[in-house]
Write a protein that binds this ligand. Structure first.
Ligand code: SAH
Length: 475
């Protein structure tokens, strides 16, 4: 190691910054975040100070810094973007104060280098490269950013506030260690991360009582209802990925792409629950019951669904039974097929010149009949995104025309949206059905009706496949 990594307390201490530009503003920001009092010396403060400049703990002096200003400083940041001026302040600080000095972009004059910081207060991760490659530090930070959820700080606070209470009922250090390890990996931690603090607190107290009474830990499972998006694995959320990697068993269906399934913890048990249109491998009630049964066995159950679980996903129905059985669950949103298809086909769902509203609708009612809300579908200046409509496409398009829609109204079908084999067929409501039949699309597909479809030609960035992507980039 080339420098001593540590966390310096600067709360209520004086930090002096010279310069009014971007770097100076960033230095002020971080010092203020750590609770310091900041004096900034610069003739003028630039645009980057718009927010920081209003902080009551920051004082701006529109004059040169003097030895007197530096005397009590804990840190002096020289960031005037003028090598000579910065060196002069550095020398002054060395002579007249005991402050730690940092001169921007001049490692040889620095007592310490700036770290790339992942802030999950009270948890913080600082990455240093001894000034060799700040970019590398930033890249590593971005990686960690995806691994460590934003709510981890809450978890650290939650544990911190309960350390003493646990110590009272669990005197042995080794026992407490094991307890915390299990807690961080279990449902209580999940509750905290999901923002359900009251519930977590109750569960924690119940655990304490159990320990006090000498009882063993009751195993309680939980269910994660997770949206996996339309297919491209890059589109799943950080939270989805985390839960996918910690489940004991996963229930998935046809709409979850194989690429996404490779991200699920390898040794998790996999249960296929089907749901192709005519192949209801498992009925809805059976799925709900299975979720309950598995959770009652103490398992962490991942119910993963294509797109968003609450958009034509019956996610609501599946978790009703869980709620009735008081089984803890959480719901993770996903990119719904219409949004994914729109983005990956360059068809904005709303656009000031075309559509001020967008309707997500299904043409596949409960009993497989077309029960469409025609008055809503025919409203002007909107885009209609139809789910589960491929088989009904000819009837649907005919009915659009029969009910008075302009036969030249643009319409498109996006098949296997966001996936490697995505295909887009465009036309009008009079021509689309024939074109789609010719293309022999198999689905899943989204039908998009509205004049925004004309933008596809201009905004399509994906459908050319690998060739359309800038050379050297991979997908
Ligand atoms: N909950 C899902 C929708 C489930 S209904 C969501 O939010 O996206 C199933 C329908 O979604 C399919 O019939 C099809 O209309 C649509 N769909 C799902 N994935 C798709 C994809 N990759 N491309 C196009 N349509 C898709």
């Amino acid at each position: 190691m080339r420098a001593f990594p540590n966390f310096l307390k600067i709360k209520d201490r004086l930090v002096v910054v010279t310069g009014g530009g971007t770097v100076a503003a960033r230095r002020c920001e971080i010092a203020l975040r750590c609770g310091a009092r900041v004096s900034v010396f610069a003739e003028e403060l630039g645009g980057d100070f718009a927010d920081v400049g209003r902080n009551p703990d920051l004082v701006h002096h529109a004059r040169a810094v003097t030895p007197e200003d530096l005397r009590d400083a804990r840190i002096v940041f020289c960031a005037a973007d003028d090598a000579e001026a910065d060196k002069a302040v550095h020398d002054m600080a060395r002579e007249h104060s005991r402050a730690l000095v940092n001169v921007a972009d001049t490692p040889s004059l620095c007592d310490f280098t700036m770290a790339s910081i992942l802030d999950r207060a009270p948890l913080a991760i600082a990455i240093g490269t001894d000034g060799a490659s700040p970019i590398l530090g930033r890249m590593l930070k971005a990686k960690l950013e995806t691994e460590i959820p934003a709510s981890f700080g809450r978890l650290a606070d939650f544990a911190g506030e309960r350390r003493e209470a646990l110590e009272e009922v669990m005197p042995r250090n080794a026992d407490r260690l094991r307890f915390w390890e299990q807690l961080m990996d279990g449902p209580i931690a999940e509750m905290v991360l999901a923002g359900r603090n009251d519930e977590a607190d109750r569960a924690f107290k119940a655990e304490l009582n159990r320990i006090r009474d000498g009882g063993s830990k009751a195993s309680r499972g939980e269910v994660y209802l997770v949206g996996a998006g339309p297919g491209d694995p890059d589109l799943i959320t950080f939270r989805a990925l985390r839960l996918m990697q910690r489940c004991d068993v996963v229930l998935y269906d046809r709409l979850v792409s194989p690429e996404i399934m490779t991200l699920v913890r390898r040794d998790a048990e996999r249960i296929y629950v089907g749901k192709a249109r005519n192949d209801h491998t498992m009925r809805q009630e059976e799925i709900s019951q299975l979720l309950v049964d598995l959770a009652k066995q103490g398992k962490r159950v991942l119910r993963i669904k294509g797109g968003d679980p609450f958009i034509f996903g019956r996610g609501g129905e599946e978790i009703e039974l869980l709620a009735a059985h008081h089984i803890p669950f959480q719901v993770v949103p996903g990119v719904t097929a219409a949004a994914g298809c729109a983005a990956y086909s360059g068809i904005p769902l709303t656009h000031r010149d075309h559509a001020q509203a967008c309707l997500f609708i299904t043409a596949h009612g409960r009993d497989g009949k077309v029960e469409a809300d025609w008055p809503a579908m025919l409203r002007p200046n909107q885009t209609v995104a139809i789910y589960m409509g491929l088989n009904l496409l000819p009837v649907l398009m005919e009915e659009f025309v029969a009910r008075g829609a302009d036969p030249d109204m643009p319409a498109a079908v996006v098949d296997n949206g966001t996936r490697e084999n995505q295909r887009v067929v465009t036309g009008t409501i009079s021509t689309l059905a024939a074109k789609v039949a010719e293309a022999e699309l198999k689905g899943p597909t989204i039908i998009i009706v509205g004049s925004v479809v004309t933008l596809h030609e201009k905004l399509d960035w994906y459908s050319g496949g690998a060739e359309a992507i800038t050379a050297g980039e991979t997908r």
